[in-house]
Write a protein that binds this ligand. Sequence first.
Ligand SMILES: [Cu+2]
Length: 178
Amino acid sequence: MQRDIARRSVLVGVASASLAGCVGLFGDGREVTVSHLGDPVTETTVSMTARGGDRFDPTLVHVTTGGTVTWELVSGVHDTVAYHPDNDKPLRMPDNASPWNSGLLSSGGEEFSVTFDTEGVYDYVCTPHEHVGMVGRVVVGSPSPDDEPALSQDTSPLPREATRVFDTLNQQVKDALG
Ligand SMILES: [Cu+2]
């Protein structure tokens, strides 16, 4: 009996930490990773990498309103582009905020930063690798999940692998913000 209780408390600990780390898998086995969700930070870095499959790592980060995200090229050739009509993409970010487009980064260590002054959920993509699910999300502040295009827009027009990532992230974000 004592052992059962101890074991249960360990499981609870694991559950409450589940908003960090791997939350799902891409179609080819690459991880969908979440960092800081529910515990936003003022600045954080997302790696753009080709090792083990083209991807952003972490897939999702959570920053405070006014916080900064820096994308750093680790390997491969990538960009970070907000889902917004200005970038020829569907709107998956607050419509009153400015979209970003890094252009292609090709030198290791190259960086691109965005400071987020508007609360909300921002989805973005690496345009050459959208078809393999190289997409990501930035949560800014504590937005109401009901008002966010990223959470309410139909994902089905996107490539299948991108849809799988966002559907996984939607569940995590709704749980964290709900
Ligand atoms: Cu890429």
